[in-house]
Design a protein around this ligand. Sequence first.
Ligand SMILES: CC(C)(COP(=O)(O)OP(=O)(O)OC[C@H]1O[C@@H](n2cnc3c(N)ncnc32)[C@H](O)[C@@H]1OP(=O)(O)O)[C@@H](O)C(=O)NCCC(=O)NCCS
Length: 161
Amino acid sequence: MSGAPPAALRPALPGDTPVLAAIARAAIFELTGEDYDEDQQEAWADVAGDEAALAARLAGQLTLVATHDGDPVGFIVLADNRAIDLLYVLPLFTGEGVGALLCDAVEKLAAARGAKSLTADASDNALGFFQKRGYVPKSRNTVPLGGVWLGNTTVEKKLGE
Ligand SMILES: CC(C)(COP(=O)(O)OP(=O)(O)OC[C@H]1O[C@@H](n2cnc3c(N)ncnc32)[C@H](O)[C@@H]1OP(=O)(O)O)[C@@H](O)C(=O)NCCC(=O)NCCS
């Protein structure tokens, strides 16, 4: 990426769905290849990049979008004020603090709304990211998705510590 780090956050709008689905697909195909094979990436991207399903998720849950020069470069979905449901950063903008910015914001929002902890089902490639932020592994999961199985780890962070 070039220029200043992206710093702007805003709530998602209904019209964001196509670009957010594209960010999810790009992140899955370009950032997870060391931990998941092509069949697993395809199955994951089919679900995460499904615009109708994503639109329903965005409508029902709190979603924040990180922007750079006004363009979305990442997003996070907070489910039921207790779980990070989705978190994706555009590959060109990884390693620049976008994921941390999004996580910080939902952790503060959830705490302000009374949550004592947050969980996430961390993909294998994102486990280190969450652990660095103080999330602790709780259980190992193997999830069926479109005819294949994907491993992930449920992690939890106590808020306000
Ligand atoms: C995981 C993801 C959201 C991280 O986003 P990001 O914007 O690159 O993360 P940041 O730049 O904010 O990183 C924050 C810190 O975590 C570290 N970090 C990032 N990814 C890491 C990883 N996989 N393992 C270990 N540390 C990691 C960074 O080095 C940085 O450390 P620093 O504070 O010392 O500089 C992003 O890589 C992504 O979209 N991955 C693919 C989709 C995915 O797996 N989503 C999660 C689903 S649960």
